[in-house]
Design a protein around this ligand. Sequence first.
Ligand SMILES: *Cc1c(COP(=O)(O)O)cnc(C)c1O
Length: 363
Amino acid sequence: MINVTKSFLPPIENYTKLLEGIWNRAHLTNNGPLLMELEEKLKDYFAAKHFIFLNNGTSAIQIAIKGLGITGEVITTPFSYVATTSSLVWENCEPVFADIDSNSLTIDPKLIEPLITAKTTAILATHVYGIPCDVEGIEKIAKKHKLKVIYDAAHAFGVNYNGKPLVNYGDASTLSFHATKLFHTTEGGGLVANDETIAHRFGYMRNFGHKGQEDFWGVGINAKNSEFHAAMGLCVFPYISEIIEKRKELSELYDRLLINTGIKISRPVVPKGTDYNYAYYPVIFENEAALLTVRDSLNAQYVYPRRYFYPSLSTLNYVKKYEVPVSDEISRKVLCLPLYHGLELDQVKRICQVITQVLRFKS
Ligand SMILES: *Cc1c(COP(=O)(O)O)cnc(C)c1O
């Protein structure tokens, strides 16, 4: 059986070695030494001033919204994982959907400005599949209208754009280190911020607002993470370049076997200046019928690609409706093929054989 993804697991001895330390110290959570070490490593990796490790990527978005004082209307992408939209609604903000660019599949800055009203306070955009948003375009609009910018960078670990880590753009970037993500800590997430005051607020918000034992900076929640999760992160971290390299090799094999081979499949476009992380392998079919036929044929061979991201978030039953034809269409036609560290080149070949056979027979 081949799933769309499979978690990377480091050698178990590396993990148990760290567990022995946890047992010796009996310091299981609340800023233990492993957590501090991981935060420091990731801060350097992101070339950021501040990095705050959290329990997951969804609380990262929620804390970013609250910590940046975002209220009212937030212009966001309809093409992302549901957490991008649900976090806004959970924090009493109203998602206003701007459609995506049909090449990069990220929010189209040209469509943001017409949606700005007196109630708009922020833009929440996703670097979907690790493809950078038009960060320059978004920054220009945000500056002009004094809007905050949050990037949902759950897919963007390891992506560089114009020579710097992509997570450095915007007022804050949120990360997910869920088991299915390129870099993971089993469950986990984090916030990148370069402003001292904002980072401080994020830091106390994750820990009930505590200022020492008997005083409080302000309102907070519990979004801390544990030594056990930090230990997993420390064990996975040394393998990051190997993980990205392997995904690149597999992605390039998919490209060779599927793209420009006469079948009707296309790929999103990664903008120039990007060192990509190969977080996913999305393909866009001619129509939904082709996607469903291919999916069924793959399922019959025990291969399970996933419809990331379907349906378009503008169709959720708790949001206002907006016209987002590109997102609607792409979400019906896009399928993520299996891509993970342990996947073998021969398995990619088999998957591509099934796809090309089905599509050639159809046309
Ligand atoms: C995974 C993901 C999240 C949520 O992260 P969790 O760690 O699972 O809470 C948010 N946004 C996007 C785009 C994601 O892919």
